[in-house]
Each structure stands twice: as structure tokens, then as C-alpha cells.
Design a protein around this ligand. Structure first.
Ligand code: ATP
Ligand code: MG
Length: 569
């Protein structure tokens, strides 16, 4: 198969505008940070990245590129219990596949030494102390939203005593939970996070990168702002759930002495209908084997969307369509599917595949004759060229749904006595319906009009329907995997008490069609090749399971929004 692609980079980039880009543009104009703009994508390597992360990736890398800045890929890997190198690899692979290049690959765990030093610095400044209360006491003394907290009895330890304890904590002298390092801020602060937040805690645990080098682990609120500051980040972009963390962010980068420190700005998370975007929930689906893995094409992960046939350009177009704002909102599945279709429409070849075959015998077509009919890969409105020969023979398969014995008024396809056009082929007329003992249709006998080759009749005769087909002698067997929504409701988290998102799984999210028939031109295409199966849907050959002689195709997206159509009825 040969076809040329237009380079998507040639397409004009629309001028993107959102509140974050406006802010960055102003900062650049004022030279506010007196250095190059710097952003970062900061995943925790505890799961595969999902389509929500695409939004964050496109935003961080996009802003750096648009404003002549740089963007780091930084793993926020400060939790020894949940992180794994396999997630690091998946994240790197997916960011690259999306089309972005990071300026530096960095790890918060490489800053453990620096973070520890900041702990000592804060102690010396009288801004941190070692607390020896239990977790429970700490929680009790924090107060509530309406009542202030109370001071820990250890809050006024001397700097020397604090330093001594911290050094011994680091040296591994104490068991988990014996002491913690806390910032000394304000136990009656209206923002609960500011009530002497924990900075370092003892965990005798093995870290996937640092091994057993550390038994002191930083809390997210300690590690994240300072990692940004260490890297010289200017704009720390994160989702709205970190809004209340902004106070501690500012406090830490200031107290630790950074000049023109990074500033945190929050935007609303992407929430996509009919799926969940939380690594914790996706991990449950994987662990409980409700999906085949992180890359099961029903999952909202980048790996799954890739396996489903979505392109990087399609995903980036979707992220752009979803937009960046401060207002929490759900994005309709139609927005996603529209972006995917728009992208595939302009790039993939059209081929013919019959999902549910019904045999047609052309009684006036010579037995053993094979004609190669020239069929274009692309419609006229797609600026790509290429074609292949499609074998035409006496025995064909058409779609069972394209025939009705007793058709209703608006049915324009094949019926007894009715003439239709075979795409790229001839007009055929149904002359006989063959049935088995059970009364099921097993075969149609038809005649073809030799004068209509190519799809037009010299006598100007019109037909109302054009249907797809394959040669019964040349078609290849294939398996189609029809993927649908993973959940039955738009917001799977919106459930009654006592239930959770798991009860909303769609039992029909995967329908396997084993006996489909596809034209032979696809036989030697590499796995992962994308197509439009004419009149059916966009498909991709499965990179893992499709083999020569045992082809498997995943449905990427239907041709139209059949859901909206159904609702409209
Ligand atoms: P999850 O809720 O899926 O576990 P997370 O926030 O814990 O996500 P991180 O690895 O910490 O996952 O996320 C890396 C970056 O991606 C963070 O800056 C985070 O704000 C951003 N991000 C995560 N989920 C979304 C989303 N749904 N929409 C936009 N950005 C997101
Ligand atoms: Mg997170």
C-alpha cells in the first residue's frame, strides 16, 4: 500500500489564547522573571498517563515552545510505595509519541539531598521543628475549618535540638513515625494546609531509584515547590485541586531564599464523559482485571488510545478543543470523537471490509474470472493520492444489513428485484433469495450489468444505493474488536450511596466480531496501520494481536456520532 501524507506541521496553527497564555505573555513582556520562561510536566510515576495528562503535557510543552522557553519532564517520585520504573518508561514513551521533547529529564528523588538541606536551613531560621507527636496527635491538634489548631508540645525545641534530631532521623536511628519535620507557620491559619505542614517523615522503605539510600521522605507539599524552584521554573501549572497548596508553595520558595521564584497557577482538570481520569481508579480496573491492562483500548490512557488507532495529532487537536480555563467542566465524548475523526479523515486510506458477510453469487459472471478494479484510497476532498486493485469475482460478500427481503420505504440498498451499485464495481440486481431449512437467508443470487463497470450506466440509469463488498475467493478473514464507552453513564463517579464507579462499567464496551471479511490489499500492511473501512468506521490493525493470516482490527471511532443520532430519535 502506498500513500503520501501531508505534513501536519504545514497546517496553520491557530492563535491560541487562554488565561494562562495571556499571563505568560505579560510576564515575558515585562521580563518579570529575568530569565527564560520555564515550565515542567511533573507526573508521579505511579500509573500510565491518561488523556487528562495530555492536556497538561500540551499546555506545559506548548507554552515553552510558544514563548521561547524550556520544559522539563520531572518525575515527582517521592513516594517509595507506589512508584515503579515501568511507569517512568511508559510516561517517557507517551510524551515522545505525543510529539514533545523535554529539555531535561529530572527526578524529584534526585533532590532528596537538597531537600534535606532545606530542612536544616528552615530549622536554623526558626521556621521548622522536629515534632515527636504521633500521627494521631498531630491530626487532633490541627483543629478544624472552624476551630484553630493547638501547638505541639515539641514546637519550641531549640534549633540545636531540632538539628540533632533531624540528623539522627536521616541516619536511620528512629523507627517509622517516631518524629517528623514540620514547618513552623501558624496553627490557626484559615488555610488548614498552613497549620505547620509536615515536610519530612521517616519511612524505612526501598525506593525504585534511590534504593535504600534514604529513610527520610519528603511530603509532596515540600518536594514539589522546591523541585520547581531548584529547576528555575517560572510558571508552575497545575490542576485546581492544588489551589489550597498555593500558600505553602509561596511560603516555601520564599523562605528557602529563591529569587524570583516560580509561581503556581491552577487550571481546571480535564474530565471526559463516560470515563474516569484518575490513576488510582484506572489501577483498580487493571488490578481487578476488568480490562486487559493499561493499554486495553477501552482505557483513557495514552497507550490505550494509541493502540485504538488515535494519532498524536488527533489527541493534541482534542486537547486544544477542550481548552484551558479555570472553570471546572466535563468535556463531551463527542468533542473527543470529532477531533479523532477530523484527523483520521485527512490521513487514512479507505478500504472495504464486510462485518457480517452475506454471500452473493453473480449468476451471469464467468466462473473463474478475476478483474482487478481500480479503487482510490481517498475521496476527492482529501488531498492525498493512491489506489489499489480490488479483485472482482463471481462470488462476493456484502453486508447482511445491506439486504432486506421486505424493505421499508426509506431502505435504498439491496432487495429482491432491486438494483444497487457495488462500490468501484458494477450495478447488480437481486434475482433470488436462497434460504436454509430454518428459513435464514444463506445466499443471494444476482445478475450484474457488464456495461456499468466503474459504477455508471451508459444508458443513464440511476440506482439509489451504493454498497461495499469483497470477493469471496480473495477476501481475508479477520477479527474486528468493536470498542465502545467504558462506562454507561457520562459521569461514572456520580453514583448512589454505597456504590462506586465500578458499578457503572459498560458490559458491551467490547464486542468481538470473529468472522469479518476484508479485501486482500491489506495483507502485508504493518501492524498499527490505520484505515477507514468504508461505510463502517475507522479501524487500526492491532499492534499486539494482529498477525499475517490472523488479522485483528480495533475500531477507533465510528464514522458518525451514532449516540447523538439515537438520542435525537
Ligand atoms: P490522577 O488523578 O490521575 O492520579 P495526578 O494528578 O495524581 O492524576 P500526576 O502524575 O500527579 O497525576 O499528574 C501530573 C500532572 O498532570 C499534574 O500537574 C496534574 O495536575 C496534571 N493532571 C493530572 N490529571 C489531569 C487532568 N485530568 N487534566 C489536566 N491535568 C491533569
Ligand atoms: Mg498527583
Amino acid at each position: 500500500m502506498s500513500h503520501s501524507l501531508t505534513d501536519p506541521a504545514d497546517a496553520p496553527t491557530p492563535a491560541r489564547r487562554d488565561f494562562i497564555r495571556d499571563m505568560v505573555a505579560e510576564d515575558v513582556a515585562d521580563n518579570r522573571f529575568q530569565r527564560q520562561i520555564a515550565t515542567r510536566f511533573p507526573p508521579e510515576p505511579n500509573g500510565f498517563p491518561h488523556i487528562g495528562h495530555v492536556k497538561s503535557i500540551c499546555l506545559n510543552f506548548g507554552i515553552a515552545a510558544e514563548f521561547g522557553g524550556r520544559c522539563n519532564l520531572r518525575f515527582d517520585d517521592t513516594n517509595p510505595f507506589t512508584e515503579d520504573i515501568k511507569y517512568v518508561d511508559a510516561i517517557k514513551n507517551d510524551v515522545k509519541w505525543l510529539g514533545f521533547e523535554w529539555d531535561a529529564e529530572l527526578y524529584a528523588s534526585d533532590y532528596f539531598g537538597k531537600l534535606y538541606d532545606f530542612g536544616e536551613l528552615l530549622i536554623k531560621k526558626g521556621k521548622a521543628y522536629v515534632d515527636s507527636e504521633t500521627d494521631e496527635e498531630i491530626r487532633e491538634h490541627r483543629g478544624t475549618v472552624t476551630t484553630p489548631g493547638t501547638h505541639s508540645p515539641y514546637r519550641d525545641r531549640s534549633a540545636d535540638e531540632n538539628l540533632d534530631l533531624l540528623r539522627r532521623m536521616k541516619a536511620g536511628e528512629f523507627p517509622d513515625g517516631a518524629h517528623v519535620l514540620r514547618a513552623k507557620i501558624d496553627m490557626s491559619h484559615p488555610n488548614m494546609i498552613m497549620r505547620d505542614p509536615l515536610l519530612l517523615r521517616i519511612r524505612h522503605a526501598h525506593h525504585y531509584r534511590q534504593g535504600d539510600a534514604w529513610c527520610l521522605y519528603p511530603l509532596y507539599d515540600f518536594a514539589h515547590p522546591l523541585s520547581d524552584a531548584i529547576e528555575g521554573i517560572t510558571h508552575s501549572l497545575c490542576t485546581l485541586e492544588f489551589k489550597d497548596n498555593n500558600d505553602i508553595y509561596k511560603w516555601l520558595v520564599t523562605e528557602c531564599g529563591f529569587e524570583r521564584p516560580p509561581e503556581q497557577t491552577e487550571f481546571s482538570r480535564l474530565e471526559l464523559d463516560y470515563t474516569v481520569l484518575s490513576k488510582r481508579k484506572l489501577l483498580r480496573l487493571v488490578n481487578e482485571k476488568l480490562v486487559a491492562g493499561w493499554d486495553d483500548p477501552r482505557m483513557p490512557t495514552i497507550a490505550a488510545l494509541r493502540r485504538r488507532g488515535v494519532t498524536p495529532e488527533g489527541l493534541r487537536a482534542f486537547a486544544e478543543a477542550a481548552g484551558v480555563s479555570r472553570k471546572p467542566a466535563r468535556t463531551e465524548l463527542a468533542t473527543f470523537e470529532h477531533a479523532v475523526r477530523d484527523d483520521l479523515n485527512m490521513r487514512v486510506p479507505r478500504v472495504m471490509c464486510v462485518t457480517n458477510p452475506l454471500k452473493v453469487v453473480l449468476t451471469n459472471y464467468p466462473e473463474g474470472q478475476v478483474e482487478q478494479l481500480e479503487a482510490s484510497y481517498y475521496p476527492h476532498d482529501v488531498p492525498l493520492t493512491g489506489s489499489r486493485g480490488v479483485p472482482f469475482t463471481r462470488e462476493l460478500y456484502i453486508e447482511r444489513d445491506d439486504f432486506m427481503e421486505d424493505p421499508p420505504k426509506k431502505f435504498f440498498r439491496l432487495a429482491p428485484g432491486r438494483e444497487v451499485r457495488l462500490r468501484y464495481g458494477y450495478f447488480i440486481t437481486c434475482t433470488e433469495v436462497v434460504k436454509n431449512a430454518a428459513g435464514e437467508i444463506t445466499e443471494l443470487k444476482c445478475t450484474y450489468d457488464p456495461a456499468t463497470r466503474g459504477g455508471d450506466s451508459p444508458d443513464g440509469r440511476k440506482v439509489q444505493g451504493t454498497i461495499h463488498w469483497v470477493s469471496a475467493t480473495h477476501a481475508l478473514d479477520c477479527e474486528l474488536r468493536l470498542y465502545d464507552k467504558l462506562f454507561t453513564v457520562p459521569n461514572p463517579d456520580d453514583v448512589e450511596d454505597g456504590q462506586d464507579f465500578m458499578s457503572m462499567l459498560n458490559p458491551e464496551s467490547l464486542v468481538v466480531v470473529p468472522g469479518a471479511k476484508i479485501e486482500p490489499s491489506v495483507a502485508n500492511d504493518p501492524t498499527g496501520t490505520r484505515y477507514q473501512f468504508e461505510r463502517t468506521a475507522y479501524f487500526v490493525s492491532d499492534v499486539i494481536d494482529s498477525k499475517p493470516g490472523a488479522l485483528v482490527f480495533n475500531r477507533t471511532v465510528t464514522l458518525r456520532d451514532s449516540w447523538a443520532k439515537m438520542k435525537g430519535k
